[in-house]
Design a protein around this ligand. Structure first.
Ligand SMILES: C[S@@+](CC[C@H](N)C(=O)[O-])C[C@H]1O[C@@H](n2cnc3c(N)ncnc32)[C@H](O)[C@@H]1O
Length: 406
């Protein structure tokens, strides 16, 4: 029996399927590349120790109109189950399944709260943009945790509190005006948007209205949603812990990277805090994050958490994230790449660059150091130099880390 909030959420996504359906999944992947939660893209972020198996069993929980077919198409060796409340979104997904002949994709209309009834377990669970719409998100994450294989990984996206402050102010106005999810409510929302001043939180970080507000379904999803909450960084940590899971890292550290937004004494102060505190500070300071994309796992995988405060980091296998470019000249080198909210630019020294050149996704840091002629000095000095460089590159998200089993 559906509760009234879940019924309202289902009805919304049946009337206003979101994200907007796509016609051709192949064209979409060619244009945009894989989704950031795709195991082909997020590989070592999900399993630094290597995939548990090639034929991953993947669950897209709250798959919407296209996510499950996109994952199935890009991962033909894997089986993908997409579940969603919305018949309309599933129908769009089904059309893509037929169009691309995706025999590895199964779709079911059901709540993710009931996923345990399937008596199946999954190596990868993707749940992006869904749990924050549940009346009880904790119950949702727990239901998913129960069907996650012990060596499995989960990719989650939750709304961010700081970047969505303006959204909630507008939602509040529209609620007071009695705007419903219908043509009249949409017209009211469009009319209201004309009066939003440029200094409003909805606009101030990017200088323009969010792209989603161009379409009816986007307006409904953002401004007329019956059930929607957002998270601060500490709330995410608590959310994950309450479900008995381990926070395993952000999809892109650059959005939480103290070095990008601070300098001098303030940077030193913030870097002295534990990592999760640093991320909370930067999220509060930049107010950039309207979404948080991150990975979680079961506690027994804790030994794979990235950390640099012990010499364990020497066994990490660094890999340069795709899209990172080395630019500048010998006197001022920079690493640069595009992120969700703009270019990430990190100045580096020539000795940093020589070390990073060897980050090929095959050699461990210990192997890099034993081969490297560039970092002279005593072994302890070399280790500490490498620790500082690799940690800084991890903080900026330019490097990802696998684990060597040797
Ligand atoms: C914003 S869309 C996100 C779709 C997809 N995950 C993506 O990132 O493209 C949210 C989806 O979650 C679904 N949903 C909401 N609550 C759900 C629940 N309890 N069980 C299953 N699906 C749910 C909605 O029907 C909707 O299709």
């Amino acid at each position: 029996m559906e509760d009234t909030v879940t019924e309202a959420v289902r009805k919304q996504y049946e009337a206003y399927s979101y994200p907007p359906p796509i016609e051709d999944a192949e064209k979409f992947l060619r244009k945009w590349g894989p989704l950031t939660c795709d195991p082909k893209f997020a590989g070592i972020q999900l399993w630094p120790e290597g995939r548990p198996r090639q034929d991953l069993r993947i669950l897209c929980a709250g798959c919407g109109s296209s996510q499950a077919p996109l994952i199935a198409l890009n991962n033909p060796d894997c089986s993908v189950l997409g579940i969603d409340l919305s018949e309309t979104s599933l129908a769009h997904s089904n059309r893509l399944r037929d169009r691309h002949g995706l025999a590895n994709l199964e779709l079911r209309q059901m709540s993710l709260l009931d996923v345990g009834e399937l008596n199946r377990s999954f190596d990868l669970i993707i749940c992006t943009g869904v749990l924050h719409h549940l009346p009880n998100p904790d119950a949702g994450l727990k239901a998913l945790a129960e069907v996650l294989d012990p060596s499995g990984s989960m990719a989650i996206m939750l709304y961010g509190k700081t970047g969505r402050a303006g959204v909630y102010l507008l939602q509040d106005i529209l609620r007071r005006l009695g705007a419903g999810q219908n043509a009249e409510g949409l017209a009211m929302a469009r009319e209201l948007l004309k009066f939003v001043p440029s200094h409003h939180y909805l606009i101030s970080t990017t200088g323009k209205l969010p792209n989603d507000l161009a379409e009816d379904a986007g307006i409904v999803d953002m401004l007329l949603h019956p059930q929607d909450r957002a998270y601060s960084v500490p709330e995410i940590m608590e959310f994950v812990e309450t479900a008995g899971l381990i926070f395993f890292g952000w999809s892109d550290n650059a959005l939480y990277c103290a070095d990008r937004f601070l300098s001098g004494e303030m940077l030193e102060r913030v870097l002295a805090l534990p990592a999760a505190e640093q991320w909370a500070v930067i999220d509060n300071l930049t107010v950039l994050n309207s979404r948080h994309d991150f990975f979680v796992r079961k506690p027994h995988n804790m030994r794979f958490l990235t950390r640099f405060d012990t010499d364990d980091f020497l066994s990490y296998v660094p890999l340069v994230r795709s899209g990172v470019r080395l630019a500048g000249d010998v006197n001022s080198l920079i690493l640069t790449r595009a992120s969700l909210e703009g270019e990430v630019v990190t100045p580096i020294s020539k000795s940093d660059a020589l070390l990073l050149e060897q980050a090929d996704g095959k050699k461990s840091i210990a192997q890099i150091l034993s081969h490297s002629l560039s970092t002279g000095g005593e072994p302890e000095q070399r280790t500490n130099f490498a620790r500082a460089v690799f940690e800084r590159m991890w903080r900026s998200g330019h490097l990802l880390f696998g684990r060597s089993n040797s």
